[in-house]
Design a protein around this ligand. Structure first.
Ligand SMILES: [Fe+2]
Ligand SMILES: [Fe+2]
Length: 250
């Protein structure tokens, strides 16, 4: 019986990871990875504005999820609470705002903008697609709803993160020769701190800790719903962002 449950969980985790990876390997990121110089200044600003709206509130989403877990006050939740706290510490740069992932991301984009286009990024909410706003709003709702649904959304978020970051980094590596060493350091620090095993750990820590509490059909259904809803929103987000970015290409 125990083996069957474990086997089911392994399969579910693998299938979320696989779907998340398909969504992260979307047309826009695959194009960026292969032809980063197709991106002009206008499209790069749209790209960054929308990416930022998704990436920046990661610590906030996790904090909402952590509150749900803490409200359960059941001993079985303590290892999941630890996993969330560790992830939030990573995201917030261990309390150093200058080292928060949100700050390092935008610093990286600013450096790329200076190197490729010789000008500063234009950051404006007016460049956000409706699908980006939906992803933002609904993901916050998911991380603040039902504990099991939130865990499904968390697994979707964390398994999507690694291939997403790998693609962003691969595009950057294609244009390494445009950066001096100092610029390259600034452009890639955000990626270095994720791709050293940290991002993979976020997903694996969940995989190691959540299954013991997803122990009945109802909880499993909520969990599945949370993962599917987040992936659906992400898929729409990338599709629309690809259209918005491509529209700027000449
Ligand atoms: Fe991060
Ligand atoms: Fe993560």
């Amino acid at each position: 019986m125990f083996t069957v449950i474990n086997d089911k969980n392994t399969k579910l985790f693998s299938s979320i990871k696989e779907n998340a990876s398909v969504i992260a390997n979307n047309v826009l990121l695959v194009n960026w990875k292969a032809y980063p110089l197709q991106m002009n200044y206008e499209s790069f600003c749209i790209f960054v504005n929308n990416l930022q709206q998704w990436l920046t509130p990661t610590a906030y989403r996790l904090t909402l999820g952590l509150n749900l877990l803490k409200n359960e006050s059941i001993p079985e939740f303590s290892s999941i609470v630890d996993a969330f706290e560790h992830n939030i510490d990573d995201e917030s740069g261990d309390g150093d705002i200058e080292r928060s992932h949100a700050k390092l991301f935008i610093d990286s984009c600013e450096t790329i903008s200076q190197v490729l286009y010789g000008k500063s990024l234009q950051l404006s909410k007016s460049q956000l697609n409706i699908e980006t706003i939906n992803l933002h709003k609904h993901s916050i709702y998911l991380f603040n709803s039902n504990t099991y649904r939130m865990l499904g959304a968390s697994v979707a978020q964390e398994t999507h993160a690694l291939p997403q970051l790998e693609n962003l980094y691969a595009g950057l590596c294609k244009i390494r020769n445009q950066f001096n060493d100092n610029e390259w350091f600034k452009a890639t620090e955000f990626y270095d701190i994720h791709l050293d095993g940290t991002e993979a750990r976020h997903a694996e820590d969940l995989n190691k800790t959540i299954w013991k509490i997803i122990d009945n059909e109802e909880r499993m259904n909520e969990f599945r719903k949370g993962s599917q809803e987040l992936l659906f929103l992400l898929n729409n987000y990338w599709s629309k962002l690809n259209i918005a970015v491509s529209a700027q290409h000449v």
